[in-house]
Design a protein around this ligand. Sequence first.
Ligand SMILES: *[C@@H]1O[C@H](CO)[C@@H](O)[C@H](O)[C@H]1NC(C)=O
Ligand SMILES: *[C@@H]1O[C@H](CO)[C@@H](O)[C@H](O)[C@H]1NC(C)=O
Length: 177
Amino acid sequence: MAKLLLVFALVVLAIALTCTATVYTVGGSSGWDVSSDLDTWAKGKRFVTGDVLLFQYSSYNTVDDVTKESYQGCNTTNAIQSSNNGNTTYTLSSPGDRYFIAGNKLYCLGGMKLHVTVEADQVASPASAPEPGDSLPTPTSENNNPSIFSSAVAIHGGTYSILFVFLGFMVAIPWVM
Ligand SMILES: *[C@@H]1O[C@H](CO)[C@@H](O)[C@H](O)[C@H]1NC(C)=O
Ligand SMILES: *[C@@H]1O[C@H](CO)[C@@H](O)[C@H](O)[C@H]1NC(C)=O
């Protein structure tokens, strides 16, 4: 009985640990690059608070965290933050719109810019129901499959509740046996 419980505890823990925030490599395999189709990459993905955007790019590029106006005008004059280390992570810590552009204006005008809408991580809401008016996710062969991540987000809260119930159970066992 005790062994079985231990195995169960390990399985539950393993599941809980896999449900951490999603790290999205911007642009998929081609990364943050003027050749990447970032619109297609972002389409159908659901970003929630706690998720991480990982920008990987070559040394002549930069990634600038900017306002909506700067995004629209490809203007880096008042960038909130500019990075050029080739491997930049941004944690989407609050809900709302986030805008990123290439520091090189020509690249930005060429489409090297990214707008994501970050949703609050409401685990109780049905995550995979498409919103009316949303375009359907286009099937791609990229590794960031949107439906899998939506499901992962949906079970996120459930897993933790199971874990806590189970831990409570473990604590109670010595008393009832
Ligand atoms: C870029 O933004 C700055 C600050 O908001 C502004 O002063 C400047 O005129 C803008 N440049 C262009 C080309 O729009
Ligand atoms: C890039 O950043 C990620 C996340 O911080 C890290 O896991 C990875 O090792 C970094 N890669 C390189 C080449 O520095």
